[in-house]
Design a protein around this ligand. Structure first.
Ligand SMILES: Cc1ncc(C[n+]2csc(CCOP(=O)(O)OP(=O)(O)O)c2C)c(N)n1
Ligand SMILES: [Mg+2]
Length: 1003
């Protein structure tokens, strides 16, 4: 988008020294001095100061005496400028200074030509032309226009390449204008890589870069007709429906289609698309080729819930301009390309990292090693691209080894307004795309009215991406013909703009006229094309009335056999054969012979080895590694990402270790099976981002169910930087879009006196977003239970390494996928009591982990004191969750309160009604206490309270008053910043839970 409020620039490049302003609203006081050709030794222009000109003169003298005495580059330089000048009569008058100035002019066009480009179809404000694009700035005048110049430069492509014939200044200027200041503005000189710049120059600076054949033009026209008529048709049929029309940006559709065709020619087989509201229906219908009848049917009645048949679930649904879909579409070159449009929430740009993650997963599963078969495309609005932080976060994943997708193509539908906000007040940068300069992406600004220019840059973007495997931006500068949506009045806020828009012809009219003028196509031909399109639209509209949605449209190939919440999924064991545990345990704790780890790490691995050997004292890190390792050898892909996850924030994981002498890295879990695929297990430190990285992993997890994908926050409370992903995707994505994910989110949580920002993962928020009804006990019989399937996610606060192992394995060993939020421990990582024996991981009957059905994740861990089914002598039942258990247990030992039972609720959500009731029945006389270390308004209390009451009521066991609360008082901050206060609070709450007297009142 163009910057407003800047003064007009003179129209002619030779107009006198009128004030010029650039990036400033203040006029310069002086006109720029006009340089004249002067002897080298007296040259003091800014680009060649006195010192360097003397140097140059010396160099020239040396070169004249002996051309080999100077560097090869200077030899070339002098040969080109002086040598050629001597042999060409037309160049006899050309001085080195003139050549250099001309060179600078060319350079200035390469750098700033875009500032003069006619990229705004509305020509709302003429931008000031920078001085450096004015030949007069370099001392050239009209008299020089027909003089000839030589312009070759060593190792330069395009316009300046060596051995070009001489040209007049006039033709040089014409070519520069055509290449850089036409309807495309190229920004690429911020790219440091010469090869990339030369590649672009070759394409930008060629003579007639876009001469399309008659056939191509016809196809483009046809596509533009489709795009235009589609919107008109919807507008006609549903006058007041919100559709966020594309009017004013219709060339997007032919642009995208041509881009996809070109990408397919270059090897792309599958494209993942993320896009906002604007033009989404048009993209769905015309690019992705979602059947028009289906779109129209959804438009008429909204997305209808489907009820018939077994195993159908429709969730809560979403508005039509958010839904995702996927189709195979034939391309111009006769190939097929798979397109998937990812469902997205209203939150602009939130889908960006999700698309990147999904694309990366597709690359993994299709063995797309050079990342040329699967491509991610993101569409943006001008306001959101420059305004939303997740754009930057996602861009910064683009070249990271474990996150790159080989380049995303970004298309900005830049209609120069965001709802009612002008760019002038909506961003601080010149262009809405400036953020992409941070990663050396070329940016092509194009006038959206010029169809062929749009198509050209779209193709160029595809070529760039397939060549350099890097991001690229297409900025389609266009306008919004109507309001933000169809019932919005734009003239309230943009009266001047809309006056111009009212009289502005559509891009279709412009292109039709252009073709008619060229005489290559007749009015009859165009009418025929128009007619064909309107006939099909009408037919599809008729057919939409009887349209019946497809069954089970939510399953992609990899998900065949997976169950919807309405179909029961068998509960499976998660225990592993002891010999397998030993074998993988051995492999993951053995280091290569010559590897020299850090002393402390060496010791840790020796201890780990010992744990496996003895089968005792297995800690958290080993429990986790065993879960990963056993899943891997079963053929599942495991991917863990997040900040510092390789070592682990708390220095406990050491999933990647570093040779202290060579720096070589070794990842034990990469070496479990012979010739293990390098990416089968991926553990990766991420960029310092929560929003984008969590979004990425979410997208990754949705591609294939046979993968355990985990994101770990540095500390749990940092997860709120990714709140949109939790709220809009993870907690509600399945309900809205019928897409499952088994993503695991690990959020370090626990009160150990580290202050308000490192104690709480805010579990109350995750629990509050859980959709299990607090007043209804669902079917809990193990053979009929669908409790987890019917809940939106699981929240656990696990207290033993073995239980962590089983909850991770459970994610895969079931026929559905559900997000898992883990309140993961900090001090339990090294707690002497927080250990498990290998026998708790295996599947042998009689072993401690084995109950009636086998070895499984324990949703509730009953009291450890071997209580019988009925214990009438127990006076208090303390229910708790997480690490406070160990403190309570210690206090119980100290106080010898053997009349108190302590049970751990390991799975908070969905609530384990059956197991809670089992414990309530076991202790018929016990006072019931909920103990937590979090403040009362946080932690699990408000989630547990009504559910525990429901469980009690069903057993005729008291009222809400009978649930005693022990924990911190309500608080604004999550925790105290004073360590001594923390200790006091913690001691008090633990003591209170075990006090001899009855606990008074619920609070
Ligand atoms: C994160 C977020 N904040 C606010 C909104 C409300 N909103 C919807 S559209 C819009 C304007 C978007 O402008 P732009 O990105 O230029 O896209 P356009 O509508 O112009 O195509 C806003 C602010 C939103 N959808 N998402
Ligand atoms: Mg906009």
């Amino acid at each position: 988008m163009l910057r407003r409020n800047l003064a007009r620039a003179p129209a002619s490049p030779f107009a006198g020294p009128a004030p010029r302003y650039f990036h400033s609203t203040h006029p310069r006081r002086y006109a720029v001095p006009v340089p004249r050709a002067v002897p080298l030794s007296r040259l003091t222009d800014s680009f060649l100061d006195g010192t360097s000109s003397v140097y140059l003169e010396e160099l020239q003298r040396a070169w004249e005496a002996d051309p080999t005495s100077v560097d090869e580059s200077w030899d070339n330089f002098f040969r080109n400028f002086v040598g050629q000048a001597a042999t060409s009569p037309g160049l006899s008058g050309q001085t080195i200074q003139e050549s250099m100035r001309l060179l600078l002019l060319v350079r200035a066009y390469q750098v700033s030509g875009h500032l003069k480009a006619k990229i705004d179809p509305l020509a709302l404000e003429e931008r000031p032309v920078p001085d450096v694009l004015d030949p007069a700035f370099y001392g050239f005048s009209e008299a020089d226009l027909d003089r000839e110049f030589f312009l070759g430069v060593w190792r330069m492509a395009g316009f300046l390449s060596e051995n070009r014939p001489v040209q007049t200044l006039r033709s040089v200027l014409e070519r520069l204008e055509q290449a850089y200041s036409g309807t495309i503005g190229y920004e690429y000189m911020h790219i440091a890589d010469r090869e990339k710049c030369n590649w672009l120059r070759d394409r930008i600076e060629t003579v007639n870069p876009r001469e399309y054949s008659y056939d191509r033009r016809q196809v483009m026209l046809d596509r533009l007709i489709w795009s235009t008529q589609f919107e008109n048709f919807l507008a006609q049929k549903w006058t007041t429906a919100k559709r966020f029309g594309l009017e004013g940006a219709e060339t997007l559709i032919p642009g995208m289609k041509e881009m996809f065709d070109r990408a397919a020619d270059l090897g792309v087989e599958s494209i993942v698309i993320g896009m906002p509201h604007r033009g989404r229906l048009n993209v769905l219908g015309n690019v992705v080729r979602k059947p028009l009848r289906q779109i129209f049917s959804e438009f008429s009645g909204g997305t209808k819930p489907v009820n018939e048949g077994e195993g159908l679930y429709t969730g809560t649904g979403d508005v039509k301009y958010h839904l995702g879909t996927s189709y195979d579409r034939p391309t111009r070159g006769g190939k097929h390309i798979h397109l998937s449009l990812v469902a997205n929430p209203s939150h602009l740009e939130a889908v960006d990292p999700v698309v990147a993650g999904k694309t990366r997963a597709k690359q993994y599963y299709s063995n797309d090693l050079d990342r040329t078969k699967n491509l991610g495309i993101l569409l943006h609005g001008d306001g959101s691209f420059s305004g939303q932080g997740v754009v930057y976060e996602t861009l910064h994943l683009s070249a990271l080894p474990n996150y790159t997708t080989g380049g995303t193509i970004h298309i900005v539908v830049n209609n120069q307004v965001a709802f009612t906000t002008d760019p002038r007040v909506g961003r601080s940068s010149q262009y809405c795309t400036d953020v992409a300069k941070a990663l050396d992406a070329p940016i092509f600004h194009v006038n959206g009215d010029d169809l062929e220019a749009v198509v050209h840059v779209c193709e160029l973007a595809a070529e760039w991406r397939q060549t350099f495997h890097a991001d690229v931006v297409v900025d389609i500068v266009c306008y919004r013909r109507f309001g933000h949506n169809e019932i919005d009045e734009p003239s309230f806020t943009q009266p001047k703009m809309y006056k111009i828009i009212r009289n502005h012809p559509s891009s279709l009219e412009i292109y039709q006229n252009k073709l008619l003028e060229s005489g290559k196509i007749s009015k009859e031909d165009i009418d025929k094309m128009q007619k064909k399109v309107s006939t099909i639209l009408n037919e599809e509209f008729k057919n939409s009335k009887d349209y019946v949605p497809n069954k089970r449209d939510w399953l992609s190939a990899y998900w065949t056999g997976f169950k919807s919440p309405e179909q029961i999924s068998r509960i499976r064991n998660t225990g592993v054969k002891p010999e397998i545990l030993k074998r993988v345990g051995e492999a993951m704790t053995t280091l290569p012979e010559n590897f020299k780890p850090h002393r402390a790490v060496k010791k840790i691995f020796e201890q780990r080895h010992q744990m496996i050997e003895t089968g005792e004292g297995i800690d958290w890190a080993v429990g986790e590694a065993l879960a990963f390792a056993t899943l891997i050898i079963e053929g599942n892909h495991v991917r863990l990402s997040g900040q510092d996850v390789e070592r682990g924030t708390f220095s406990h994981r050491h999933a990647v270790i570093h040779d202290q002498e060579t720096g070589v890295q070794y990842c034990p879990l990469d070496n479990l099976v012979i010739n293990q695929d390098e990416e089968l297990f991926t553990v990766s430190n991420s960029s310092l981002s929560e929003f984008a990285v969590l979004g990425f992993e979410l997208g990754y997890s949705m591609e294939n169910p046979n993968s355990l994908v985990l994101w770990e926050a540095q500390f749990g409370d940092f997860s709120n930087g990714a709140q949109v992903i939790f709220d809009q995707f993870l907690s509600s994505g399945e309900a809205k879009w019928l897409r499952q994910t088994g993503l695991v989110v690990c959020l370090p949580h626990g009160y150990d006196g580290q202050g308000p920002e490192h104690s709480s993962a805010r579990m109350e928020r995750f629990l509050q977003m859980s959709d299990d009804n607090p007043y209804v006990i669902p079917e809990m019989d193990p053979t009929l239970r669908k409790q987890i399937q019917q809940c939106n996610w699981q929240v656990v606060n696990v207290t033993t390494p073995a239980n962590y192992f089983h909850v991770l394995r459970r994610q895969i060993h079931r026929d559905f996928r559900k997000p898992l939020i883990v309140m993961s421990p900090k001090n339990l990582l090294r707690h002497k009591e927080c250990k498990s024996n290998l026998s708790e991981f295996d599947d042998l009957a009689g072993h401690p982990g084995f109950d009636k059905q086998g070895t499984r994740f324990k949703r509730l861990i009953k009291d450890q004191n071997n209580h019988k089914d009925l214990e009438e002598g127990i006076n208090r039942l303390v229910l708790c969750s997480g690490k406070v258990y160990y403190e309570l247990d210690e206090e119980r030992r100290k106080t010898e309160r053997n009349d108190v039972a302590i049970c751990r609720v390991e799975q908070l959500c969905p609530f384990p009604y059956d197991l809670i009731q089992r414990e309530l029945k076991r202790y018929p006389n016990a006072e019931i206490v909920w103990c937590q270390e979090e403040p009362m308004n946080m932690g699990a209390y408000s989630y547990i309270n009504p559910r525990l009451l429901t469980a009690m009521r069903a057993l005729g066991r008291g009222t809400i008053e009978d649930i005693k609360y022990v924990g911190r008082a309500p608080s604004a901050a999550t925790a105290t910043g004073f360590y001594s206060v923390h200790v006091q609070e913690q001691t008090e709450l633990v003591q209170k839970a075990l006090q001899r007297d009855t606990i008074k009142g619920p609070f």
